[in-house]
Design a protein around this ligand. Structure first.
Ligand code: FAD
Length: 281
């Protein structure tokens, strides 16, 4: 196996152009599992961990630009004020070791419908920044992921960062697992309020082939919320919101849970996250 270890971003892009078959690696918390189980045997690995630029995050054109090498532990410690939904989701990932090593860029790269960093990015309308020696392009996260573990990365492209508006209202994330930690989500739900635009972003995790926004539920609840007085959300409105979220899902029966349970749980998480975010906003 050949190991490429570029020390700058330009070198990394040149290496990927010269070796399009090379498998990028950051924390390795997905890649090493795949290799240990014999599900992948890459001839070439492109180790990105020496590229300091990928660890950066900061304001950029009115958005936050977060490098692909930012770990969950750093998202919790450094981004909770501006991206609270992502920080809450990051706290649910794996164990301290996985959160210290695993990155949000790696979660995007794996493109699993159960990736916990993904629903907050969908709910906030994030874009993924893809780079090659040819160009840099920005793709909406819901267009970046095209199916279970599939995305639009070209063979010569790398994920540079994601760009996302800082929170403009309450954000929440909720996840159901068969135990409290180190668990793949049975299903999950993210919600982001935008108090300026008076809109609501949502995303369902682990209950469709990709993370999925619940557009009808978003429109319904944005029109129902009393943005002026911030009156509590009536029970019937909460219930209808939950029903619309559950309807947007396309869950399957598998070893982690039944489709019916997932729909039920999504409706409950939608109601709860809505009332938490609305009350604490
Ligand atoms: C014990 C354990 C518990 C876990 N728990 C959770 C959990 O609770 N929730 C959850 O969502 N995940 C969980 N995971 C999965 C994993 O930790 C996450 O998906 C993590 O975000 C992967 O990040 P990484 O940096 O380790 O990625 P890597 O394993 O290095 O890479 C993952 C994928 O992304 C690609 N990639 C990485 N960086 C780039 C880049 N810059 N450009 C292009 N492609 C790139 C790689 O080629 C690979 O396909 C767990 C894994 C383990 C082993």
């Amino acid at each position: 196996m050949e190991l490429l270890q570029p020390s700058s971003w330009d070198e990394a892009l040149a290496a990927k152009a010269a070796h399009p078959e090379a498998l990028p690696l950051w924390g390795g918390t997905d890649v090493m599992v795949e290799m240990n189980f014999g599900r992948t045997r890459p001839e070439t690995i492109l180790d990105l961990t020496r590229i300091a630029d990928l660890r950066d995050h900061g304001p950029h054109d009115g958005l936050l630009r977060v490098g692909a090498g930012v770990t969950y532990a750093r998202a919790i410690a450094e981004l909770a004020g501006v991206l609270p939904g992502l920080a809450i989701a990051s706290r649910t990932v794996g164990s301290p070791q996985i959160r210290n090593r695993g990155t949000i860029g790696g979660n995007l790269g794996s493109s699993s419908p159960a990736g916990d960093a993904l629903p907050p990015l969908y709910a906030s309308g994030a874009t993924v920044e893809l780079a090659s020696t040819r160009r840099t392009r920005h793709v909406a996260v819901d267009e970046f992921i095209t199916g279970p573990k599939r995305n639009v990365l070209e063979p010569d492209e790398l994920i540079a960062a994601f760009n996302v508006p800082p929170a403009k209202g309450g954000q929440q994330f909720s996840k159901i697992g068969t135990r409290n930690a180190m668990v793949i989500a049975v299903c999950s739900f993210a919600l982001a309020l935008d108090d300026e635009e008076r809109t609501v972003g949502t995303c369902i995790g682990s209950a469709a082939p990709t993370p999925r926004r619940a557009h009808d539920a978003e429109q319904f609840i944005a029109a129902e919320l009393d943005w002026e007085t911030r009156a509590p959300v009536p029970k019937a409105t909460q219930t209808r919101f939950g029903e619309l979220v559950a309807q947007a899902a396309a869950p399957i029966d598998d070893q982690r849970g039944s489709a019916a349970y997932r729909r039920h749980a999504l409706a409950v998480m939608a109601r709860r996250t809505l009332t938490w975010a609305w009350a604490c906003d």
